[in-house]
Design a protein around this ligand. Structure first.
Ligand code: SF4
Length: 99
């Protein structure tokens, strides 16, 4: 491994950070919703400064290696491996009866 490559054990993901939270965003009449992730430390911003939410199914791809606010929740490698098994592959619509 070259010195530029990062060992898997050293990789940091937002999904494994204490500030990464899953939220429900209501759709239409409010009965259905989609899942989004938000950074409670306020690190995700749009160009004009308002908070940016990301789609839940992308959470395992959020790289936290440059984030100054990262706080680990434990073993990242194992956690991300298990998370990838359960994540939807696209932006799903949920209703209270199938959640
Ligand atoms: S942007 Fe930083 S503080 Fe926010 S969830 Fe990711 S690692 Fe955590």
């Amino acid at each position: 491994m070259s010195s530029l490559e990062q060992n898997d054990d050293d990789k940091r993901y937002c999904a494994n950070c204490i500030h990464c939270k899953t939220v429900r965003v209501p759709l239409g009449d409010g009965r259905n919703y989609q899942l989004r992730i938000r950074c409670e430390a306020g690190q995700w911003k749009k160009k004009l400064g308002e908070e940016k939410l990301h789609k839940y199914f992308t959470v395992s791809r959020r790289d936290a290696s440059e984030c100054p606010c990262y706080e680990t929740m434990g073993d990242s490698e194992e956690f991300i491996r298990e998370l990838k098994k359960t994540l939807p592959i696209k932006d799903e619509v949920y209703s209270p009866t199938n959640s």
